[in-house]
Design a binder for this molecule. Structure first.
Ligand code: KIV
Length: 272
């Protein structure tokens, strides 16, 4: 049995904070899991971080399942949540149920994440009643970037803030085990957190939330572009990796690599 599951995540509310990250392959998932991260999201941010797309919209079910299965293979204790990609759950409850089931059945995920507020209640109920735990996601929902008019802070007016609280309450009532709250002012993050009995996981929603989530590449400083304001990078791996590639290329060109230390012993056989 894994150390982390839905019951333990829910029970952590107001007891301990949840440091969550995204991951997309077995190698990084193993490192995050080994560091005691309780929840690893295989986000559809995969599209930008790993696949070179400009948004999450082109990401497919096959791509998500492929990467989710890899993450699952790297993890021992963390919950692995598969992010349902654009159009995999919007068409109908039936399609949503079938695609969510594939994350558990084919990729070995423990739960799925879907974007959207109160209007997702029927889908959340269908999934949870059929044994599929759901992580909600409100605030900035990147699959709706074209409707939102860009990647902007949400919930800035009183009306918008109250609508987010109502969304969170509806999702919690419908059975989500936690809710990602993305890009909202910290007081709105705090109000949502106080209003519901399941944990909130902040992506730029302030310190009052029950957990925090940072996209792996932002956390490790793996991208060349500046991260969003709410990201604190904990490493500068882009520079480290670039320097390693340059040093390697220089050594190969100069003949410094491979040296005897990195070569097998000569066979000593006479060759014709
Ligand atoms: O796709 C993703 O990585 C996400 C997180 C930022 C919550 O949705």
């Amino acid at each position: 049995m894994k150390l982390w599951n839905v019951a333990k995540i829910k029970a952590s509310k107001a007891v301990c904070k949840l440091p969550c990250v995204t991951a997309y392959d077995a190698a990084f998932a193993r490192l995050a899991d080994g560091a005691g991260i309780p929840l690893i999201l295989v986000g559809d941010s995969l599209g930008m971080t790993m696949l070179g797309y400009g948004s999450t919209l082109p990401v497919t079910m096959d791509e998500m399942l492929h990467h989710t299965a890899a993450v699952v293979r790297g993890v021992k204790d963390a919950m692995v949540v598969g992010d349902m990609p654009f159009l995999s759950y919007q068409i109908s409850i039936q399609e949503g149920l079938r695609n969510a089931g594939r994350f558990l059945q084919e990729a070995g995920a423990d739960a799925v994440k879907i974007e959207g507020g109160a209007f997702r209640v029927p889908l959340v109920e269908a999934l949870t009643q059929n044994g599929i735990p759901v992580l909600g996601h409100i605030g900035l929902t990147p699959q709706s970037v074209n409707v939102l008019g860009g990647y902007k802070v949400q919930g800035k007016t009183q009306e918008a803030g109250e609508a987010l609280i109502a969304d969170a309450k509806a999702l919690a009532q419908a059975g989500v085990f936690a809710i990602v709250v993305e890009c909202v002012p910290p007081d709105i993050g705090a109000a949502i957190t106080a209003a519901i009995s399941v944990p909130t996981i902040s992506v730029g929603a302030g310190p009052a939330c029950d957990g925090q989530m940072i996209v792996l590449h932002d956390l490790l400083g793996l991208l060349e572009t500046p991260p969003p304001k709410f990201v604190k990078p904990y490493a500068a791996l882009a520079e480290t990796v670039r320097n390693a590639f340059s040093a390697y290329a220089g050594d190969v060109r100069s003949g410094a690599f491979p040296d005897p230390q990195h070569s097998y012993a000569p066979s000593g056989q006479p060759l014709s």
